[in-house]
Design a binder for this molecule. Structure first.
Ligand code: NAD
Length: 293
């Protein structure tokens, strides 16, 4: 059923359209979603959800085998790309590969991220600050830069044009060249002790999100962010393992209003909603997904 085309660092899976459900075959149009950090945790769950909704997916990650593994879980045509979001040439190549193979980028979820080693500010190391800011802040900035440049070249697509025909202004806002969601964190809204590089990077993601949103609103490009609380992923496991006892105690799920960590699929659902035509007037926002924290 699958035809696997192997190109340098780019893997494509084509699934014949007759394999897809009738709902998908009659979907309004084929859309393309790109997910960085798609090889694990929240990024993987979001790629899977995009595919369930009928999007073709570009799964991008620095860890190539994990990106290919995610690609193998998808039911729609897709592409796995190795990318290091800290490098402009790598991010540009990711966008080029996506457009070459899938035609355009309707949605992008900039999810690649790393945690910082737990230490109070005076004990943090300069190279650790640079490393975390490099992936979490510069990485999001580079993705925005190249994704937006691509989206500006795309024809806007108006969903439900007949419904909005007598409201040209609304129709213009609904005309989407693209929608981008960035992964911030609750730590991008409130301080989280022992994580100053991570906190700084996630506050930065909100600044980048809101700036790009106002710059490109009139071009039909929406930019939003999600701020998840604790989510059960490999990153959360690593953080818990390395945290000092007082920090680990604060992560006890019993202390959270809902009494548990989020599943990555619960964040994925919110990301796909923000990307969708369900919220065409929502841009420059951050959505807290915290189970009430
Ligand atoms: P994860 O570690 O499970 O996945 C992160 C992915 O990013 C990995 O596949 C990794 O290979 C990839 N990655 C790392 N550096 C990269 C680089 N330079 N270029 C490309 N890819 C790279 O983590 P997760 O928990 O799924 O986190 C995803 C995002 O959500 C991160 O930005 C994280 O900060 C954020 N977040 C996570 C939580 C949580 O509790 N897990 C909470 C709030 C926000």
């Amino acid at each position: 059923m699958f035809l696997l085309c192997i190109l340098p660092s780019v893997y494509i899976v084509y699934m014949p359209y007759w394999c897809m459900s009738l709902t998908m075959a009659t979907d309004t149009r084929k859309r393309v979603a790109l997910v960085t950090g798609g090889g694990s945790g929240i990024g993987r769950a979001t790629a899977v959800r995009f595919a369930e909704l009928g999007y073709s997916c570009v799964v991008a990650d620095i860890d190539e085998p994990s990106a290919k593994e995610t690609l193998g879980m998808l039911q729609t045509p897709g592409l796995a790309v190795q990318v290091d979001v800290t490098m402009a040439t790598s991010v540009e190549a990711m966008v080029t590969a996506a457009v070459q193979h899938l035609g355009r980028i309707d949605c992008a979820f900039n999810c690649a991220g790393i945690e910082s080693a737990p230490a109070k500010t005076a004990d943090q190391q300069e190279d650790e600050f640079d490393r975390v800011m490099g992936v979490n802040a510069k990485g999001v900035w580079l993705c925005l830069k190249y994704e937006i440049a691509q989206m500006l070249q795309q024809e806007p697509v108006v969903s439900d044009p007949a419904k909005w025909a007598d409201k040209p202004d609304v129709c213009r806002f609904r005309g989407a060249r693209g929608s981008i969601v960035n992964a911030s964190s609750l730590a991008g809204l409130v301080p989280l002790a022992y994580t100053s590089p991570y906190c700084a990077s996630k506050f930065a993601v909100l600044g980048l999100t809101k700036t790009a949103a106002v710059e490109y609103a009139k071009d039909g490009i929406r930019v939003n962010a999600v701020c998840p609380g604790p989510v059960a992923t490999p990153m959360a496991d690593r953080v818990l393992e390395l945290s000092p006892p007082d920090l680990r105690a604060k992560q006890d799920p019993k202390l959270f209003p809902v009494g548990r960590f989020a599943a990555p699929e619960e964040v994925a659902e919110a990301v796909c909603w923000l990307c969708s035509d369900a919220c065409p007037f929502t841009t420059g926002e951050h959505l807290k997904i915290s189970g009430g924290i």
